[in-house]
Design a protein around this ligand. Structure first.
Ligand code: AMP
Ligand code: MG
Length: 496
């Protein structure tokens, strides 16, 4: 039976609790994936388990965190409800089209319908080779797995749409990169794993039927209100443009740099996916790049909105045959939609930046006020996160930071036009300006302790601090500090 509504369910409770399961992607035509089981691992051990997420999914966390759970979460024992598969997709990597990528080291078990009725993919990253592996070993190393755990959960706590991590499981097997590293599997939970690259895979094969099916499926899963639109492909394109505009605006508001904004890493759901060499910016500079493989700064902090729009244009390309029977008209419709991206992005961005500055009303020069602050931050080499957090106190009367006096005078004049009190402004600001972000040097330190010394205490502390990023935590004040010069991380690696 195909999926006709987001609440269809075929399988029921499993041995791991009251969660409900389904495998709707496996019911799509065979050319959408390769069916295969994960490769069992030697000695699966859960090193980090996400109890709150298990709860939300309606799973029995205690049973799942047991040895039997480790066998399941590592892909060593496939539960009876699952129909494991590797998804087919293509993608533009650093601007170059690769007609076949696909899950080379990840396996989709199926979908869980959580307590909230939401359907989410349950996906094992590092689960062994697949027909899409090319020369890769199909495995993941513990460091990058824990890195994705930390950053995805930090993003979630910041309120940013993201895939999540249910568990990190070590395999008891080594993986061979530049050195020998402990192997691990990441259990990823996502609204879905449909990417712009999934559409590109079929477009490259002129498979219009597949794209029609995928449009319908994506609408059911992510934009059910748009089902039955007169032009479903156009409705989907507009919805994805909007979701991506909202998402990238959120990234820009917290200083997040994805690092590999390839079209295979751009979701149709609007969730952030694929935490490789991503990083949070300390000192404000739009040219910031951390990724060791981004030699030309294509995915620099300040380029992200432009790249998102470029990716969406690649998405629109795949939909052209569906948008209109006349190619000319199809292109016009696609362009009209894509050209709205900068405006949509600017609206989302400015509304978030207003909140960061304690503003609830709109004034024509608000964008100018924000730009003036950013300009100053760049000039002063100010820490992005801490400048905004300091301004929360300034809103309540604290002194302006050195160098920011004139700007603060201008901002105070703007705040005076608000009807709310300075306490209200500060409260709003503290809910939009995190005190804690996953700073690179803290992340690296936690990963080093876990991977090299088997000491997970720093990781646990870091995760706890990041789980409530807006709350003042004087006892963890050092986690808010930018790196000292000798602590600065200059490069991050995808570690695949
Ligand atoms: P990523 O850099 O994780 O977005 O992956 C890009 C592509 O490379 C995807 O098709 C992955 O499945 C594939 N890939 C990455 N690492 C491996 C690996 N260790 N073994 C097999 N395929 C991989
Ligand atoms: Mg990827």
């Amino acid at each position: 039976m195909p999926l006709t509504s987001a609440t269809d369910i075929t399988a029921r409770a499993s041995e791991f609790g009251g969660g409900q399961f389904d495998t709707s992607y496996a019911r799509l035509p065979q050319r959408f994936y390769a069916r295969l089981k994960p490769t069992p691992v030697h000695s699966p051990r859960i090193v980090k388990f996400n109890y709150p997420l298990a709860e939300e999914l309606g799973l029995d966390a205690t049973r799942l965190a047991s040895d039997a759970g480790a066998a399941f979460l590592s892909g060593t024992r496939v539960p009876e409800w699952a129909e494991p598969l590797a998804m087919a997709y293509a993608g533009h990597q650093f601007g170059n089209f690769v007609p076949q990528l696909g899950d080379g080291r990840a396996i989709l078990l199926g979908e869980i319908i959580g307590r909230d009725g939401q359907r989410r993919d349950l996906h094992l990253k590092g689960a062994g080779q697949t027909p899409f592996s090319r020369r890769g070993d199909g495995r993941a190393a513990l460091g990058p797995v824990l890195r994705e755990y930390i950053i995805s959960e930090a993003m979630y706590a910041l309120g940013i749409p993201t895939t999540r991590t249910l568990a990190a499981v070590t395999t008891g097997e080594p993986v061979f990169r530049e050195t020998t590293l402990p192997g691990a599997v990441l259990v990823r939970v996502a609204a879905s794993h449909i990417r712009i690259g999934t559409f590109e895979y079929f477009a490259a094969r002129d498979d219009e039927e597949a794209i029609t099916i995928l449009v319908e499926y994506a609408l059911i899963r992510h934009y059910p209100a748009l089902q039955g639109s007169p032009n479903p492909a156009l409705a989907l394109l507009a919805a994805v443009c909007d979701a991506q505009a909202a998402l990238i605006a959120r990234w820009m508001q917290v200083g997040f740099i994805h690092g590999v904004m390839n079209t295979d890493n751009a979701t149709i759901s609007g969730e952030t996916i694929d935490y490789g060499p991503c990083a949070f910016m300390d000192t404000y500079d739009p040219a910031t790049v951390f990724s060791s493989i981004d030699h030309h700064g294509r995915y620099a902090f300040g380029n992200q909105p432009r790249i998102a729009q470029w990716n969406l244009a690649r998405f629109a390309d795949t939909l052209l045959p569906l948008l209109d029977t006349s190619r000319e008209k199809a292109i016009a419709l696609a362009e009209e939609t894509i050209n709205q991206f900068p405006e949509r992005f600017a609206q989302y961005w400015l509304s978030g930046m207003r909140a960061k500055l304690g503003l609830t009303t709109e004034q024509p020069d608000d964008a100018g006020l924000v730009q003036a602050l950013l300009h100053l931050m760049r000039e002063q080499e100010a820490d992005y996160t801490n400048t905004f957090r300091l301004l929360c106190a300034v809103a309540e009367g604290a002194q302006a930071p050195a160098g920011f006096e004139a700007w603060v005078t201008r901002w105070r004049a703007r705040l005076a036009q608000e009807s709310s009190s300075s306490q209200d402004a500060a409260r709003l600001m503290r809910a939009h300006n995190p005190a804690f972000i996953p700073r690179n040097h803290r992340v690296e330190a936690a990963l080093n302790a876990a991977v090299k010394q088997g000491d997970f205490a720093p990781l646990e502390t870091l995760l706890a601090v990041l789980s409530t990023p807006f709350a003042e935590k004087p006892e963890y004040a050092e986690y808010a500090n930018p790196p000292a010069p000798h602590e600065r991380v200059r490069q991050t690696f995808c570690g695949t």
